[in-house]
Design a protein around this ligand. Sequence first.
Ligand code: NAD
Length: 446
Amino acid sequence: MQAKVKSRRSFLVQSASVGLGAVVYPKALKARSSVERLQVACIGVNGMGWTDLSSVGSHPKVQFVGFCDIDSSRFAQAEEKFPGVAHFADYREMLAELGDKVDAVIVSTPDHMHAPAAMMAMHMGKHIYCQKPLAHTVWESRQMSILAQRRNLTTQMGNQIHSAAEYRLGVKLIHQGVIGKIREVHSWVGVQGRQYNNRINRPEAGVAPKNVQWDLWLGAAPERPFAPDVYHPFKWRDWQDFGSGALGDFGCHLLDPVFGALELTAPTSVVASHDGTNNEVWPGPETVTYTFPGTQRTSGSSIQVVWRDGGLMPPRELAQMPDTMELPKAGSLFLGEGGVMVLPHVGMPMLFRDKQSMKDVAIPKVQAGNHWHDWVDAVMEGKKTTDGFDFAGPISETVQLGNVAARFPGQTLNWDASKLRISGVESANRLLTKTYRTGFEIKEVV
Ligand SMILES: NC(=O)c1ccc[n+]([C@@H]2O[C@H](COP(=O)([O-])OP(=O)(O)OC[C@H]3O[C@@H](n4cnc5c(N)ncnc54)[C@H](O)[C@@H]3O)[C@@H](O)[C@H]2O)c1
């Protein structure tokens, strides 16, 4: 079959005739165990999209039925490895045209387009593998979890280290109580929110190259002109309209074992501090302090989880490590009543007490999973994954709530997760969601 690229124009003509709002949604996989092949479509096929596509595609039961990318120059790798799959520039066109040929969808676009694409696919009954952070706002993250649950879909967030033996072991050790109940957690990463462009204001307008459909890249985000080498590819991360800062980029990785180990739900308050930002880019080095309700894994009725990025580190002495050792460049520190666990990102957990390694602890055997194949298997068997949107949604909500707090440095925001409300700060509540450009709105689940 010849690969084909559909134009935006042909999509508009087509969707006007079928009425996009009136698409008849196909049912999710029926009698999944009898399905021989899982038919998968991919949205964003290069960068992390290539990792996702090639990792899912190495599962023997996967058959790709559609590749979508707004940049025609970025199909080459996918085409070489999986020739003959239909190419599209617009995910709305791809989903509408392929309809029930698609069982499951991988979403690996920049953050601002995760929810518009994934929500459309989930409304159509598709199972989803979606990159981290799950979504660009708190509201979107909640919507993703609700819809996945309502449609009984098999989902997985793309923080693949969730399935690594190192993180699984860290979670297991806390559950086994090797350092007792946990008093406090610190997580940190070296990168900062504003680091891929050396700028805090918008660049001069440029002209998008022919291979880039800039309007589709912008998608739900407010219009702005293309500029070379500051947004697409990869550098969109710095900008509030598209990315999620260092906390959004790495929080869903590092806080994943923290949520898993402590069985956290949602914070009750959050406060951020940093050296200032504007409304365009994410801040430089920042500290974000969350307070969560206590759980069966914590020593108190509440617990603080402190996030740092941009080179800020927790005080080294908290780790109770021997003087010859240093904290890893990224990781988490679990302070327990009976010792400390240092969980590097990514490395084997280390246990310390009184400047000594806790050599007496029996380390259980833990098997690594294949994050991508586990999702495919779960879809085909009609099961859930361990990192479905029920688990990953609250992590994504938490990092995006931290990004709201970053816009109000020094101010403690009290959070009511059940009502999706920050008490008494209306300007902060407005940042829990955003306005969508026409054509890319999200159909709300109420
Ligand atoms: N899990 C991880 O370890 C990991 C690592 C890197 C990136 N990521 C995540 O993966 C996502 C993509 O990041 P990246 O670094 O690959 O970005 P990127 O800009 O390098 O690549 C994104 C790809 O999606 C395409 N694209 C952009 N908008 C699109 C749209 N609306 N429809 C279809 N295709 C579109 C781009 O052309 C490109 O091929 C982000 O959410 C990021 O946070 C995760």
